[in-house]
Design a binder for this molecule. Structure first.
Ligand SMILES: Nc1ncnc2c1ncn2[C@@H]1O[C@H](COP(=O)(O)OP(=O)(O)OP(=O)(O)O)[C@@H](O)[C@H]1O
Length: 579
C-alpha cells in the first residue's frame, strides 16, 4: 500500500433526496485539524457526515481514505462519530461505553483509559449508566471513546446542540485538543463557536462545498495494533439490562420445560415401575381358566391346579381371585411386616387385606375345622393384588377348600384351547391397562407439549421482536462504532443462547429438586415402587443434553432473527429517526 498522508477525500460525489445534497463534489480534508461545516438547515450537512463515515453510499462518486477506497473496517478502525443526541449504549455503563469502541473494532489501547478519564474528568461517573448522565457528560464520554480509539477522524454532528454555553465551549475545547492528533469535522449551527475554535470552515450550499483547506501537512500514519476482545460480556450485560422484560418469558419457559421434564420423568418412572413389578409379580405365569357358562368343569394334567377359594375366617368376603399360592422361590416377595411362612398352616396376606384384619399376628383364616395363621404382610405395589398367599402343600392337602369353577394353569402352553373357556391373567391384563394408561399419558403429554411449545415460541417471538425493535437505535449506534452485520448477528445469537442457557439450567434445577423431594420425602417410592426417573436415551446420548443443546440453539436462532430490524442500508434512517 502506498504510504502517504492520512487524508479523507471525496471524488465526484453526488447525492440527492428530493433535492440535491451534493453535486459532483471533490474535496480533500487534511490529516489533522478542526474543520467546521456550516450551512442552512436541511442543506445536507448530516448526510455529508454519514457519507464520509462510509455509512451512506452516495448516488455517485466515491470516498477515499489514505488514497484507497473505503474498506469494510474503515468505520470501526479509523472513525468515531459523535452525534447530537445519544451515542451511548443504554445497557453499558460509562466505562464500558468508552471501551466498547476499541473492543468492537478489536483495537489495542485500552490501557490508556485511566489517563483519558482523568483528562476528561469523568472518573466519578464511570459506573453510571447513560440515563444517569447529563448531556454534557454524555458528550465527554463520546469524546473519551474517540480518544481511546485514537481515531484518525472524528465526525461530530451538532455536539454542542443541547448544551448550555459553558458546556458547549468545553466540548469545543476538547475537540480542538483532539484535532491536534486527528481530523475533526464538526457540523454546527453556531457560527460563532465554529469561528472561535475551527481552523477552517467549509460551507455546504446548494450541493456545493465551499471553502479553502490548507494543504495537508502530517505524514505520520498511526500504528493500528489489533487485539482480540470477546464481546460475550456485553451480551451478558444486555440480557441483564433487559431482565425485567425477559422475566415473565423466562418464568413461563421454566415452568413449561419443568412440567415437560416432570411429565417425561413421571411416565418413564411409571414404565420402569411397571416393568419391575411385572418381573416381580408372583402370579405373572398363572392363568385363570373358567367356563364361559359358569358351570363347574374338571381339567386333568400335571400343571393344572384348582384355585383356592378363601371364604372363611375374618375375610370371608374375599373373592377367590385374590388367593394366590405361595411360589417356591420367595426372594422377590417384599414383606412389610412379619416373616415368611415356615409351617404348613401359616400364610401371608397383602397390605390392603391386612388393613381389614384387627390383629394380624393372631389372625386365623378359614373355618373352625382348619385354620391358617397370618405370619406376614406383603408389601403392595403394581401387580401385587390383595392376595392371601397360601403354601402349596396346604392347598393340595385341603382340596375341600378349593373351588372347581376357576383353575390356575402355569404357563400358557398348558391352556385348554376350547372356546368354552375364558382365560385370564390378572398380571398381564393389568400390565396392558397400565401400558394403555402410559400411552394415553404420552399422547396427552405430546399434545400438551406441542400446544405449549407453539404458544411459548410465539410468546418468545413477540417478546424478542419487541425488544429487537426497541434496540434498533442501540444496534445502529453499534454499527457506527464499526460493528459488522456478522458480529451483530453473533451478538444476538449469543444473547439468545444466554437466555436459553438460563432457562434450561433453571428448569433442570427445578425438576431436580422437585424430583428429589417427591422421591425421598413422599411415600411414592416406598409404597408403590414408583419414582420419577430421569430419561436416558439409547447409545448414551443423554436426553437432557440433547434437549438443552436443541433448546439453546433454538432460542439463540429466534433471538438472532431480531437482526432483520437492523439492516446496514437502513442504519442512517434509524439514526435520523432519533435525531
Ligand atoms: N432518508 C431520507 N429520505 C428523504 N429525504 C431525506 C432523507 N434523509 C434526509 N433527507 C432530507 O435531506 C435533506 C438534508 O438532510 P440533513 O439532515 O443532511 O440536513 P442538515 O443540513 O444536517 O439539516 P440540519 O442542519 O437541520 O440538521 C433534508 O431536507 C432532509 O429532509
Amino acid at each position: 500500500m502506498e504510504r502517504g498522508v492520512i487524508m479523507l477525500e471525496m471524488r465526484h460525489v453526488s447525492h440527492r433526496y428530493e433535492k440535491d445534497i451534493l453535486v459532483d463534489q471533490s474535496f480533500q480534508f487534511p490529516a489533522t485539524g478542526f474543520i467546521g461545516i456550516s450551512g442552512e438547515s436541511g442543506c445536507g450537512k448530516t448526510t455529508l457526515l454519514y457519507i464520509l463515515a462510509g455509512l451512506l453510499k452516495p448516488d455517485e462518486g466515491e470516498i477515499f481514505f489514505q488514497h484507497q477506497p473505503l474498506t469494510h473496517d474503515f468505520l470501526g478502525t479509523h472513525v468515531t462519530m459523535i452525534r447530537q443526541n445519544n451515542d451511548m449504549i443504554p445497557s453499558l455503563n460509562v466505562e464500558d461505553n468508552i471501551e466498547v469502541g476499541c473492543k468492537i473494532a478489536q483495537l489495542s489501547g485500552i490501557e490508556k483509559l485511566p489517563g483519558i478519564i482523568h483528562q476528561l474528568d469523568i472518573k466519578h461517573c464511570l459506573k453510571k449508566y447513560p440515563h444517569e448522565l447529563s448531556v454534557g457528560q454524555r458528550k465527554r464520554v463520546s469524546i473519551a471513546r474517540s480518544l481511546l480509539k485514537d481515531s484518525d477522524i472524528i465526525l461530530a454532528d451538532e455536539p454542542t446542540g443541547a448544551l448550555h454555553q459553558e458546556a458547549g465551549h468545553e466540548v469545543m475545547r476538547l475537540l480542538k485538543k483532539a484535532s491536534k492528533q486527528a481530523l475533526v469535522l464538526i457540523v454546527s449551527h453556531d457560527e460563532s463557536l465554529l469561528e472561535m475554535y475551527c481552523d477552517e470552515i467549509v460551507t455546504l450550499e446548494a450541493g456545493q462545498l465551499k471553502g479553502e483547506i490548507s494543504e495537508p501537512c502530517h505524514e505520520n500514519i498511526k500504528e493500528r495494533k489489533k487485539k482480540h476482545y470477546s464481546l460475550w460480556p456485553y451480551a451478558v450485560k444486555e440480557v441483564f439490562f433487559r431482565i425485567r422484560r425477559l422475566c415473565a418469558l423466562i418464568c413461563f419457559q421454566v415452568i413449561l420445560l419443568s412440567s415437560l421434564l416432570f411429565m417425561v420423568e413421571g411416565l418413564n418412572g411409571l414404565r420402569l415401575a411397571m416393568h419391575k413389578s411385572v418381573a416381580h409379580a408372583p402370579l405373572k405365569d398363572i392363568y385363570l381358566v373358567s367356563r364361559k357358562d359358569q358351570e363347574d368343569f374338571s381339567l386333568s394334567g400335571q400343571n393344572i391346579r384348582p384355585h383356592f377359594l378363601g371364604e372363611s375366617g375374618s375375610i370371608k368376603e374375599l373373592p377367590s381371585a385374590m388367593v394366590a399360592i405361595l411360589p417356591q422361590k420367595t426372594m422377590h416377595i417384599v414383606l412389610k411386616s412379619g416373616r415368611m411362612p415356615e409351617k404348613e398352616n401359616e400364610c401371608l396376606i397383602s397390605a390392603s387385606i391386612a388393613s381389614k384384619v384387627k390383629d394380624q399376628k393372631l389372625t386365623y383364616l378359614l373355618d373352625e375345622k382348619e385354620s391358617l395363621k397370618v405370619v406376614g404382610v406383603v408389601q403392595e405395589y403394581f401387580f401385587v393384588h390383595p392376595y392371601v398367599y397360601l403354601p402349596e402343600h396346604f392347598v393340595s392337602a385341603h382340596p375341600e377348600y378349593l373351588t372347581h369353577s376357576i383353575y390356575e394353569v402355569e404357563g400358557k402352553s398348558h391352556l385348554p384351547s376350547s372356546q368354552q373357556y375364558v382365560i385370564s391373567n390378572d398380571v398381564l391384563e393389568e400390565r396392558e391397562n397400565y401400558e394403555e394408561l402410559i400411552k394415553i399419558g404420552k399422547m396427552a403429554g405430546g399434545i400438551f407439549v406441542a400446544i405449549s411449545l407453539l404458544s411459548s415460541l410465539s410468546l418468545m417471538k413477540i417478546v424478542f421482536q419487541s425488544i429487537a425493535l426497541q434496540r434498533r437505535l442501540d444496534n445502529a449506534i453499534m454499527m457506527t462504532l464499526g460493528m459488522k452485520m456478522r458480529q451483530l448477528f453473533l451478538r444476538f445469537f449469543e444473547e439468545g443462547m444466554i437466555i436459553g442457557i438460563s432457562i434450561i439450567t433453571m428448569s433442570y434445577l427445578l425438576t431436580y429438586f422437585l424430583r428429589e423431594y417427591l422421591n425421598t420425602m413422599t411415600a411414592f417410592t416406598k409404597t408403590y415402587h414408583f419414582s420419577f426417573t430421569p430419561l436416558v436415551f439409547y447409545y448414551q446420548a443423554d436426553f437432557y443434553l440433547l434437549l438443552a443443546l436443541f433448546y439453546i440453539l433454538l432460542v439463540g436462532m429466534m433471538d438472532a432473527k431480531g437482526i432483520r430490524y437492523v439492516k446496514k442500508k437502513d442504519i442512517v434512517d434509524i439514526l435520523r429517526e432519533e435525531d
